[in-house]
Design a protein around this ligand. Structure first.
Ligand code: GDP
Length: 525
């Protein structure tokens, strides 16, 4: 009997603003989950060692770093797949799109800073797909804002219900631990480093006289008062509201001092959804569907220009994937045998020859696989809803050698199809415009144009700042809008009409004036 793995996967991402502590938390999650040992483990069991070196070899040969894109760890029978959402200068459309391949997210915020810009953008993408969110308020070992202040900011800025699940006992220099509101357990710091080393006191509640012995009087008084207020001010945790993306449970902790990491893993295991049905045509695909299906949410190009191969990251949506299996990509019909997939696995597993819904498979290929492609055994489904996101940086492309127009167009189309950059062909004028979500993509574009397509090009500022896909229920309204705004109109790679705006403010202004036209910041591929 094949065992059913549809309930034991938790595929998630961490969303945060740079510096909030994502890397630190990731390390601690892997450590608690036992996977990080893998990195330094010399005497791994034979099979595991072979499999690990399999992918190391692929990385070395191809100059591609894939290990950090997907991190897997196991705990108490649950397999966690943590997908990296690159931030900082690597911020790109991939960062957004990774969120379409997860079933839930952990939002990390800095207790001193609250919700910051990048967190908010990533949150909006989660909301598009009703991805449920667990909040982790980090760095309570440092001075931070009032707990109520943070909770209310999450509730108000993100329009979510919030339920505090734990409560910090003091902060910064007066940090005395974390109180778990449900289990009534108190987690205490130890030693000079004031880290969490497993010291837990079971209390009967905040009136428990033990607490008077352990905590300082004023901290305890404030804790009692705060928790009483919180009980009145915030709703009880409702798992259904959480899974619908309407409520976020909030955990306080310190990734650095290892406070709250365990509770977070427990929360993911008990509340976060296992793989869900995925939107597809002709009908949504349930994870219990027999046939193997999945979609490509990211294609990682080789950094080494001598090798043109790529790794396509596929999220498995249904069926049991086996090494060597033949799958057919949507769009171009020919089945491909997947002999050397990169399977990400935790330490305890034997050589991973199988993968289950929620798992990610890396598929080496020479450019056949594109972002948004569906792969399936019988080629009778197509996943929908993998969006393009409105670019946040637009540049005009300057061709240095005018005889290379054709090559440039091919290159821009290719890269748009891969999902690296977007390209817009203005209705008026011949200056093509490219759009990206993060700055680094501009450099990637130029170096790939040069190395792979032998096209020397430069970029100059465009008179536009953002773009929106336009549509209207009545085609006449759209035609009229396009006719009146031709100077700001362009077509994307697939010929869809796009309005180029000078500023976000202009988008709002124009949208108000043309109420029958829809301005979309995302487009389904
Ligand atoms: P990322 O940019 O979100 O990946 O953040 P990092 O994990 O790299 O953390 C940014 C900085 O904050 C580093 O100097 C970390 O050591 C520090 N940091 C992360 N978590 C904590 C925490 O819980 N407490 C304190 N005091 N510092 C932290």
């Amino acid at each position: 009997m094949p065992s059913d793995h549809t309930n034991d996967r938790r595929t998630f991402a961490i969303i945060s603003h740079p510096d909030a502590g994502k890397t630190t938390l990731t390390e601690k999650l892997l450590l608690f989950g036992g996977a990080i040992h893998l990195a330094g483990e010399v005497k791994a069991r034979g099979a595991a060692r072979r499999a690990r070196s399999d992918w190391m070899k692929i990385e070395q040969q191809r100059g591609i770093s894939v290990t950090s894109s997907v991190m897997t760890f196991e705990r108490e029978g649950i397999t966690f797949n943590l997908l990296d959402t690159p931030g900082h200068e690597d911020f790109s459309e991939d960062t957004y799109r990774t969120l379409t391949a997860v079933d839930s997210a952990v939002m990390v915020i800095d207790v001193a800073k609250g919700i910051e810009s990048q967190t908010r953008k990533l949150f909006e993408v989660c909301r598009l797909r009703n991805v449920p969110i667990i909040t982790f308020v980090n760095k309570v070992d440092r001075e931070g804002r009032e707990v109520f202040d943070i909770l209310d900011e999450v509730a108000n800025l993100l329009a979510l219900d919030v339920t505090p699940m734990t409560w910090p006992v003091g902060m910064g220099g007066r940090f005395e631990g974390i109180y778990d509101l449900a289990t009534k357990r108190l987690l205490l710091p130890e030693g000079n480093s004031r880290e969490f080393q497993g010291k837990v006191i079971q209390t009967s509640g905040l009136d428990d006289p033990q607490l008077d012995e352990i905590l300082s009087a004023d901290t305890l008084a404030k804790l009692r008062e705060d928790v009483e207020l919180a009980g009145v001010g915030y709703p009880e945790f409702d798992p259904v509201a959480y899974r619908n993306g309407d409520l976020t449970p909030v955990y306080f902790g310190s990734a650095l001092k290892e406070f709250g990491v365990d509770s977070l893993i427990e929360a993911l295991a008990s509340f976060a959804p296992p793989p869900r049905a995925q939107p597809a045509e002709p009908a949504p695909v349930e994870p219990t569907h027999d046939e193997v299906t999945g979609f490509v949410f990211k294609v990682q190009a080789n950094m080494d220009p001598n090798h043109r191969d790529r790794i396509a990251f596929m999220r498995l949506c249904s069926g049991t994937f086996k090494r060597g299996m033949k799958l057919t990509p949507s769009g171009h019909g020919k089945p491909i045998a997947i002999h050397s997939p990169i399977l990400f696995f935790a330490r305890e597993r034997e050589l991973a020859d199988e993968a289950y819904p929620g798992d990610i498979i890396g598929i080496p290929n020479h450019g056949t696989l594109r972002v948004g492609d569906t792969l399936s055994e019988r080629a009778d489904v197509r996943f929908t809803g993998l969006p393009n996101f409105a670019p946040e940086i637009l540049r005009r492309v300057q061709l240095k050698d005018p005889t290379k127009t054709k090559q440039l167009r091919k290159a821009l189309d290719d890269m748009a199809e891969e999902g690296v950059t977007q390209v817009f062909y203005p209705e008026i004028g011949s200056n093509w415009i490219i759009g990206v979500v993060g700055q680094l993509q501009l450099e990637v574009l130029l170096s790939r144009l040069d190395a792979e397509y032998k096209v020397a090009a430069g970029l100059e500022p465009a008179p536009f700042e953002t773009a929106r896909w336009v549509s209207a229920e009545n085609p006449k309204d759209l035609e009229e809008f396009i006719a009146l705004n031709r100077g700001a109109m362009a077509k994307d790679r697939d010929g869809n009409p796009v309005f180029l705006a000078k500023s976000a403010w202009e988008v709002g202004y124009i949208a108000d004036r043309y109420s029958k036209v829809k301005f979309a910041a995302t487009r389904e591929r």
